[in-house]
Structure formats: C-alpha cells, structure tokens
Ligand binder design. Structure first.
Ligand SMILES: NS(=O)(=O)c1ccc(C(=O)NCC(F)(F)F)cc1
Ligand SMILES: [Zn+2]
Length: 264
C-alpha cells in the first residue's frame, strides 16, 4: 500500500497523486459558513441507539487511535438519513497544541480536536468494506472538542492508551463503555452535508452529521491524545519518537454544496 501522512511529500497536497478521489468534487473536511447554511425542517429526530456491553478493540493505526466496535446493537438512523447505519469504529483528529486539531471549521474557527463516530449503511450494503466506497455508504457523527473541564467518559478510552503507544499496538477493551457518552448533550442541533473520507483513499461516500454543541476535555486529556507515536516513526537523530501531531486534513472546496442545518 502507498504510504501517506500529514506532512512533507506524502502530505495532503500530494494525496491526489496516488489517491485520485482526493481531488474530487465532494471532499471533506470543509469550513461551515453558518451564514450560508440552510435550515431543513424535514429532518426527523436523530436516533442514536448504542448498547454499552459491546466489546471493542483499540488500535494505533499510525494515523490516529481507532476504537473498533463489533456490536450489531449500535445503530444510527433518522435525521437526514434514509437508512439504518451501524457503528463500525470511532477515532479522533487533533493538533500539536490546543489552537488547532479539528478537521471541519466553523466560520473559520478551528477547535482543538474532532471526534468521528463512523457508521455503515446496513440497509443498502452487505459489509462495511462495500459501503466504505459507495454513495450513502457511510455516516459520520462528528463532535468538536475544546480544552476545558475534564471529561470522565474519555478516561475509559485514554486509560488504554499506554497499551497502544507504539504503532500497530492493539488493546482489547471489554469494560462497559457506551461511546454515546462522548457526544454533546444537545443532539438535536447539527449541520449535515455530503462529503468524503478525510483520509486516503478519500472515498466520496460520507454523510457528515456535525453537532453544534462543543464537548470539553481537559488540556491534560488532549495531551494524552498527542502521546501516541506515529507508525513509521523513524527515530529522529535526537533519538526521540516522532509523535502523531496535526493529523487533520486541511479544508476542501465546497464546490457549490449546501450545508443543511437541523435548527433555525
Ligand atoms: N476521518 S473519516 O472521514 O471519519 C474516515 C473514516 C473511515 C475511514 C476508513 O475506514 N478508512 C479505511 C479504508 F476506507 F479502507 F481506507 C477513513 C476516514
Ligand atoms: Zn476521521
């Protein structure tokens, strides 16, 4: 497979050379210009039903940490979605300090991190591998994260980070943990638009649902995100590990797409 990253020759500006979809017309992330969003009164309530005794495994894939979920009881439907979607995994994007890290921006404002809960369309497709590259195949619930008070729910994930500090590290998580606790309280106000995977191969298969309310975690918890080491971490001449930093893609052209809002 072709190596890609977030800096240098393998960075986002060159992704399109090996991953042509990265140069497509409906790429993500984007800036949400709140003055140009369109209220859509037709959205039904978002239905987020996750069970908590799902077993999952936490992996450092070299680009982020990824909590893979294999429960057929974690489902998403309603809102702008026509079909039922099943939770596949969740992960985050962050920066080297609290002033950057989110992938989407709101009126040009970038948050310290961004949570992606990735779901695949079980009504239309037989597997996640099929859905990942098809239109309407993927729905990503997205929450912005900023530095503030400690988030107790996040400690259930962060407590396993010591097992995955090195790349390709994997840790099995069996404790009762419901990822719904990572979402903001207000789950009725969100923006939504059609975009792409924000990492190669950048398939244009994603419906993003982005909550307006921002989640707070402590600066120490944000620092734990940054403690993960990058996979191809060649020891720099100073001998210290390279850390996963700025694993967010720059914003992409809107190309006439309209961002809908569930609220006025
Ligand atoms: N950052 S994001 O848009 O939520 C995002 C979500 C999922 C994937 C993913 O499954 N990549 C694996 C694949 F597709 F086989 F390459 C990538 C990005
Ligand atoms: Zn993501």
């Amino acid at each position: 497979p072709v190596a890609w990253g977030y800096e240098g020759d393998i960075g986002p500006c060159n992704w399109h050379k090996y991953f042509p979809k990265a140069g497509g017309k409906r790429q993500s992330p984007i800036d949400i210009d709140t003055s140009a969003t369109q209220y859509d009164g037709s959205f039904k309530p978002l239905r987020i039903h996750y069970d908590s005794h799902m077993c999952s495994s936490l992996t450092n894939n070299g680009h982020t940490f990824c909590m893979s979920v294999n429960s057929d009881q974690c489902n998403l439907s309603g809102g702008p979605l026509e079909d039922k979607y099943r939770l596949l995994q969740f992960h985050c994007h962050w920066g080297s300090d609290d002033t950057k890290g989110s992938e989407h921006t709101v009126d040009g404002h970038q948050y310290a991190a961004e949570l992606h809960l990735v779901h695949w369309n079980t009504d239309k497709f037989k597997s996640a591998d099929e859905a990942i590259e098809k239109n309407q195949g993927i729905a990503v619930l997205t929450a912005f994260i900023k530095a503030g008070k400690e988030h107790r729910g996040w400690n259930h994930v962060l407590s396993h980070f010591k097992d995955i500090k090195k790349v390709q590290g994997t840790s099995t998580v069996n404790e009762d943990f419901n990822p719904k606790c990572l979402l903001p309280e207000n789950q009725t106000d969100y923006w939504t638009y059609e975009g792409s995977l924000t990492t190669p191969p950048c398939h244009e298969s994603v419906r993003f649902i982005i909550f307006k309310e921002v989640v707070e975690v402590s600066s120490e918890q944000l620092a734990q995100f940054r403690s993960l080491c990058v996979c191809s971490s060649r020891k720099r001449d100073t001998g210290e590990d390279e850390h996963l930093v700025d694993n967010f893609r720059p914003i992409q052209p809107l190309n006439g797409r309209v961002v809908k809002a569930s609220f006025q």
